[in-house]
Design a protein around this ligand. Structure first.
Ligand code: NAD
Length: 346
């Protein structure tokens, strides 16, 4: 077929939605994942949606020789989309070495393996966390980056610096770093979504788990921020919109449409919603009254983050289409479906 894409972390939340969009755009997909934060069942669920079960190899990308052996058998791949990483911010503060080892060894091994095997295109899952506490809103890609509060965030900043150095050293290697704002939502089918292990770090799974009774109550960390209602404001983006941006970015790389060998794009909607606004929308969409408690601010939380989406619109021709209500209703459908899926063969 000649359009194979290697997806690391493809059984995870954002990776699985991107695999669906790639398959629906007739790409051939090879998923590499160690299943440390996901399940192999995701592949069958992807097949349910698309009619295609992606090729899969279970591998820990921290293992350089195994990673290289795989890439040497898939030299025909046109690009790599690198999702594989640990992502729990709080855990990374308490156990930074786990995060530096996993996120940076994996990155270095993938970059070494792909460049040694002549695969020159790379897409990186970065994060708005690299902007730290922004001085200017909305955040453009020209905003200065700051050392992130957490080791997790710092792995994203360091990774972008590694990519810059690699690109400066090469005539052929090209990369796009996509800085995600706050991905939420799930596929409309209800077959794939976010699978948080333990107590969720992010608001949406915390809300849906509280609504089904897995968590006793939702904690709201701080109501004294300088925002519209005192709670932090974030730019929530539907995971399917996010996944679609990856397909556009991968085509841009393969077709050599880049303006520069290293490009960076914000992926958000450009609109900020507060924690209380999300809670109110969830209650309206689900008809469920959420039990929540206001508590002290959480270290590292910044008051407001929302993206300027102008560059992604201009260069990628991409902008997010789905509303906050669609994000919430699909997350809610996924949470309710998850238990049924776990009890079925899927
Ligand atoms: P996820 O945990 O659902 O998916 C990551 C996948 O990578 C998992 O399937 C996990 O098993 C796999 N993985 C982890 N370490 C691995 C290793 N050493 N070898 C092989 N596989 C490994 O996370 P996600 O939410 O889908 O995030 C995907 C990427 O996007 C990550 O790089 C994350 O840091 C980044 N990101 C996520 C968010 C968010 O809010 N979800 C925001 C910004 C950036």
């Amino acid at each position: 077929m000649g359009n194979k894409i290697i997806i690391t972390g493809g059984c995870g939340y954002i990776g699985s939605h991107t695999v669906v969009e790639l398959l629906e755009n007739n790409f051939e997909v090879l998923v590499l994942d160690d299943l440390s934060n996901s399940t192999e069942k995701t592949l069958e669920r992807i097949e349910k949606i698309t009619g295609v079960k992606p090729q899969f190899i279970q591998v820990d990308l921290k293992d350089a020789s195994k990673t290289n052996a795989i890439f040497s058998k898939h030299k025909d791949a046109k690009a790599v989309i690198h999702f594989a990483a640990h992502k729990a911010v709080g855990e990374s503060v308490n156990n930074p070495l786990k995060y530096y080892k996993n996120n940076l060894y994996s990155l270095l091994n993938v970059l070494s393996a792909q460049t040694e095997n002549g695969i020159d295109n790379f897409i990186f899952s970065s994060s708005a966390t690299v902007y730290g506490t922004p001085k200017i809103l909305p955040i453009t890609e020209k905003n200065e980056t700051q050392r992130p509060f957490s080791a997790y965030g710092n792995t994203k900043k360091i990774a972008e610096e590694i990519l810059e150095d690699l690109i400066n050293s090469s005539d052929s290697f090209a990369a796009i770093s996509l800085r995600y704002f706050n991905p939420i939502g799930a596929h409309d089918s209800g077959f794939i979504g976010e699978l948080p292990s333990g107590i969720p770090n992010n608001l949406m799974p915390y809300i849906t788990q509280t609504a089904v009774g897995v968590r006793e109550k939702l904690m709201v960390y701080g109501t004294d921020y300088p925002t519209k209602d005192g709670t932090p404001v974030r730019d929530y983006i539907h995971v399917v919109d996010l996944a679609k941006a990856h397909v556009i970015a991968v085509k841009r790389l393969i077709n050599k449409k880049q303006d520069e060998a290293f490009e960076i794009f914000n992926l958000g909607t450009g609109s900020g919603f507060s924690v209380l606004e999300v809670i109110n929308s969830f209650e309206a969409v689900s008809g469920i009254q959420l039990k929540y408690e206001v508590t002290a601010r959480r270290p590292g939380d910044v008051p407001q983050l929302f993206a300027s989406t102008a560059l992604a619109k201009e260069k990628l021709g991409w902008s997010a289409e789905k509303s906050l209500d669609e994000m919430i209703s699909s997350s809610w459908k996924w949470e309710q479906n998850l238990r049924a899926l776990e009890n079925s063969k899927l």
